[in-house]
Design a protein. Structure first.
Ligand SMILES: NC(=O)C1=CN([C@@H]2O[C@H](COP(=O)(O)OP(=O)(O)OC[C@H]3O[C@@H](n4cnc5c(N)ncnc54)[C@H](O)[C@@H]3O)[C@@H](O)[C@H]2O)C=CC1
Ligand SMILES: O=C(O)[C@@H]1CCC=N1
Length: 273
């Protein structure tokens, strides 16, 4: 069976996407090749998923349908240099669909690195690991509708997908790309708050997690605006409004808005490194 799906970089996000695609039989393990420099990581991916692995990036360009770039943005130039050194010139046909999940890196740079290749810039997030991801995609100038459909299908395997103009990709990175960390920090802090007022750690952690999960599900299923839900919980002169007043005093909303902006600005910076 020949390789149809290749990835350069076999880290956290590569595994998240790969594991779901395999679990849904989107690709068979024998059709997948991951190029990864760390031996331990290669061994892990091979034994866990039964896929093929290599430390030679150039092998990923051998007549595959899809090539996912899953290295850190700072590594892009090095990887492209490595590919062109080993292949003399990148293959001109048939060109795989290049799917980049690199934060910040614009289509313009990717299309220079992979001349005339169909490129889709994507920003998934870590809940992709359990099929609850949120991915935004922006197609490049050489993509045809089949490429866009394929990109959408791949990311639908790991959660929800939206298509946005490329100009919004850094904003997406600030919100849904980076957001799982912001939410995780909030859950940890809620749990710490519980411990501070006497709850055992394990119980505090369970309460914090289920409260966030249940609230999210309620908002999603009811379609209620978050402000409406907040109003429903806050009894006049009650406990919740005392807590909400403290959040406002500490600048909680502002902190979250600034966190998204900082991540957005960093994504813009990473695109220029
Ligand atoms: N972690 C996240 O939540 C998200 C990450 N991303 C993007 O995904 C990309 C990968 O991020 P992670 O998976 O978190 O990083 P990671 O560090 O877990 O994975 C990167 C992998 O690339 C490998 N690598 C390093 N040099 C290489 C080379 N020359 N050739 C091939 N592979 C090489 C590393 O050994 C590592 O396994 C980044 O560009 C990031 O911006 C996008 C969305 C979410
Ligand atoms: O922190 C980062 O740079 C990556 C991109 C989005 C989430 N993690």
């Amino acid at each position: 069976m020949s390789i149809r799906f290749a990835m350069i970089g076999g880290g956290v996000m590569a595994e998240a996407i790969l594991s779901r695609l395999l679990a849904q039989s989107f690709y068979q393990p024998q059709e997948v090749l991951v190029s990864e420099p760390q031996l331990q990581r290669r061994d892990f991916l091979q034994s866990r998923y039964g896929i093929q692995v290599t430390d030679a990036n150039a092998l990923t360009l051998q007549s595959v349908e899809v090539l996912v770039l899953a290295i850190k943005p700072q590594m892009l130039d090095l990887v492209v240099q490595d590919l062109t050194t080993h292949l003399a010139a990148l293959p001109t046909a048939p060109c795989p669909l290049v799917l980049s999940i690199l934060a910040g890196v614009p289509l313009r740079r990717l299309e220079i690195a992979f001349p005339n290749y169909p490129v889709v810039r994507a920003m998934p997030n870590t809940p992709a690991t359990i099929g609850a991801g949120m991915t935004a995609i922006a197609p490049g100038q050489w993509t045809q509708s089949g490429h866009r459909t394929l990109a959408r299908q791949i990311f639908l395997a790991v959660g929800e997908v939206v298509e946005v103009p490329e100009a919004l990709m850094d904003a997406v990175t600030g919100l849904s790309g980076s957001g799982p960390a912001f939410v995780a920090v909030m859950i940890e802090a809620l749990s710490d708050g519980g411990v501070a007022v006497g709850l055992p750690r394990a119980i505090a952690a369970q309460l914090a997690l289920q409260t966030v999960l249940g609230t999210t599900q309620l908002l999603q299923e009811s379609g209620m605006h978050p402000a409406q839900l907040k109003d429903q919980v806050t009894s006049p002169g009650g406990t919740t409004i005392a807590g909400v007043a403290q959040l406002e005093q500490a600048g909680f909303r502002s902190a979250l808005m600034q966190a998204v902006r900082a991540a957005y600005e960093r994504s813009q910076e990473l695109g220029t490194l």
